[in-house]
Design a binder for this molecule. Structure first.
Ligand code: GDP
Ligand code: MG
Length: 183
């Protein structure tokens, strides 16, 4: 598993990838986390983008380099370069579209063909604000996460609920597991 230590060995850089069907809110989760912004229209961008966010865990500075698919997932053409070196992933579905939840298994399979089996994954049910349009219950999300040994959280990039918590959870878990291995 890729694990980068920089400078005085107090700095860590983790690559984390966002995965999930088109339109589930991956770009908005990242925009909310990194810049506290929300876009009501999908911005179609070409190529891969990432944002680096700093976080402190146990007095160590962690840099999380969070990659966004920027639209390739629409064509099921996420490249192996996107996955390379990733130590964590947020696999996102939309609680108001069952089909995006049904795709989760395919994203997990694809992740595991490109990454180490130990890659740390959080399953994210986004758009929890769409209460009347809900097609996937929190119980369904939780039980899939348990079956596949994933962390789980429901979020809303629109009303900010749990967005920070989801990213913080995965960053802390990566740190905990990797620091145990290194020591
Ligand atoms: P991506 O294709 O997975 O990157 O999805 P986007 O971030 O582009 O979002 C797709 C659409 O869903 C956009 O119109 C967003 O405004 C909307 N969206 C994203 N997150 C949420 C959310 O938490 N709640 C609601 N109601 N809409 C959202
Ligand atoms: Mg996007």
């Amino acid at each position: 598993m890729a694990f980068y230590s920089e400078g005085d060995s107090n700095d860590y850089l983790f690559k984390i990838v966002l995965l999930g069907d088109s339109g589930v809110g991956k770009s908005n989760l990242l925009a909310r986390f990194a810049r506290n912004e929300f876009y009501s229209n999908s911005k179609s961008t070409i190529g891969v983008e990432f944002q680096t966010q700093k976080m402190e865990v146990n007095g160590k500075e962690i840099k999380a380099q969070i990659w966004d698919t920027a639209g390739q997932e629409r064509f099921r053409a996420v490249t192996s370069a996107y996955y390379r070196g990733a130590v964590g992933a947020l696999v996102v579905y939309d609680v108001s579209r069952r089909q995006t939840f049904d795709s989760v298994g395919r994203w997990l399979d694809e992740l595991h063909t490109h990454c180490d089996m130990n890659v740390i994954i959080i399953l994210v049910g986004n758009k929890s604000d769409l209460k009347d349009a809900r097609e996937v219950s929190a119980t369904d999300g939780k039980s899939l996460a348990e079956t596949r040994s994933l962390f789980f959280m429901e979020t809303s990039a629109l009303d900010s609920s749990n967005v920070k918590a989801a990213f913080q959870t995965i960053i802390k878990e990566i740190y905990n597991i990797l620091s145990m291995k290194v020591i």
